[in-house]
Write a protein that binds this ligand. Structure first.
Ligand code: CUA
Length: 414
């Protein structure tokens, strides 16, 4: 607004009175002050939000700001460096803007001196960002290399298969049942690990790219078809940690959730021992637990789901399972002890299980599990039998003790 095209006649030369000119100058100044007064509270608010975010992160259970492993700590420290560097840059830039607005405000109608280039400034804005980037780069590279070597040295293996849209979890060094030691303990969406174990997750997918993320325990790691990725961490604080898929992988991506349950070694061992107890099947020899003794309606489930300790072993598992999860669903062993249904979408209660069986595709849009109830292949009576049977898929003595959320003394599960 203060610009005049070259050659344009100045107001003074056109004969405008001195008083009028001074008045106009004052109004312009007042307007600029007003603009500044409006901007200042906004700057203040931004600074407060930044400080609150930096300071209160520890209270958020599902947040990257409350790390619970040394690995997540390393990442948090990098974040702190970047956060405070960005804060200094932000405050510096805002202060410079305020200074320039005040120092170089228009005081008269004269054209300011026209300059081109400034070697000192150009050097400054090349060197300062280079130093800032170096300060971020060196510790970042160190952390990347340290974490990569930790992946090679970890000794407790867990295989993670990204499915659409759930997680298959295998323990390659723990047999799935007493009878079939060649089969690995295989579960879904709830990953039990012993406290303090140096765990390496071997991650595989044969469908699309997923990303394994437990914010409090580690950074994200992509699960890429045709390429095994590893992720390591050692969790020393018992508790239940929230995880999710962090790479868009199709319709139900947002409902590809999981939990990592970190428990003291004896509690973990009790969980494995419970796994090796065949489920109590009504009217059947508990050592054989023949699925012929399960409700007949369970026959349609067997095509996709296995139950360790029984002869329900038709469904595919692991990397060779069907790409789109058709014919390969979660292993249902100890289903009665699981916390959620449908990869975190419903709490595991008989009412919710009924809802899941009757309205599968409405509860979880895009799900590959067919709705046999809607198709008329199972009726209310069969749904009730299935809910009853699945709820009983737990050891005869009840679920193993478990670590409550946030750590503390183990409590007996129901
Ligand atoms: Cu799997 Cu997103």
């Amino acid at each position: 607004m203060g610009r005049r095209a070259p050659g344009q006649v100045s107001d003074a030369a056109a004969g405008v009175g001195d008083a009028e000119q001074a008045a106009r100058r004052l109004t312009g100044l007042a307007r600029r002050r007003q603009g500044l007064a409006r901007a200042l509270p906004l700057l203040g608010m931004a600074a407060v939000v930044a400080l609150v975010l930096a300071g209160c992160g520890g209270a958020q259970p599902y947040s990257t700001l409350s790390p619970k492993t040394s690995k997540a700590d390393d990442i948090q420290n990098l974040y702190r460096i970047i956060f405070w560097a960005a804060t200094v840059v932000f405050i510096g830039v805002q202060a410079a803007i305020v200074y320039i607005i005040l120092r170089f405000r228009r005081r008269n109608e004269d054209r300011p001196e026209q300059i081109h280039g400034n070697r000192r400034l150009e050097l400054a804005w090349t060197i300062i960002p280079a130093v800032v980037l170096l300060v971020i780069f060196i510790p970042t590279a160190q952390v990347i290399y340290n974490h990569a070597s930790a992946e090679e040295n970890a000794d407790f293996s867990v295989d993670v298969y990204g499915k659409q849209w759930w997680w298959e979890i295998q323990y390659p060094n723990i047999p799935g049942s007493k009878e079939g030691p060649d089969e690995h303990l295989t579960t879904a969406n709830e990953i039990h690990i012993p406290q303090g174990a140096d765990v390496v997750f071997n991650m595989r997918s044969n469908n699309v790219i997923h990303s394994f993320w437990v914010p409090q325990l580690s950074g994200k790691k992509d699960i890429i078809p045709g390429h095994d990725n590893k992720l390591q961490f050692k969790a020393d604080t018992p508790g239940e940690y929230f995880g999710e898929c962090a790479e868009f992988c199709g319709a139900a991506h947002a409902w590809m959730r999981f939990r990592v349950i970190v428990e003291p070694k004896p509690v973990f061992d009790a969980w494995v021992a419970a796994w090796h107890q065949p489920p109590p099947v009504p009217d059947a020899n508990p050592t054989t637990a023949d699925v012929n003794d399960t409700p007949p309606a369970f026959g349609v489930c067997l095509v996709c789901h296995r139950v360790s300790g029984t002869n329900a072993q038709i469904a595919q598992q692991g990397i060779n399972a069907n790409v789109e999860s058709i014919g390969a669903g979660p292993n249902l062993t100890m289903f009665g002890c699981r916390h959620t249904i449908g990869a975190g979408i419903l709490e595991n209660t008989p009412e919710n299980l009924k809802t899941w069986l009757e309205h599968t595709d409405q509860v979880k849009e895009g799900v590959y599990m067919p709705n046999y109830y809607k198709a008329g292949q199972i009726k209310d009576q069969q749904v009730a039998e299935l809910v009853d049977y699945l709820g009983k898929l737990k050891p005869a003595g009840g679920c193993p003790p478990e670590q409550p959320f946030g750590g503390g003394t183990p409590v007996a599960g129901s």
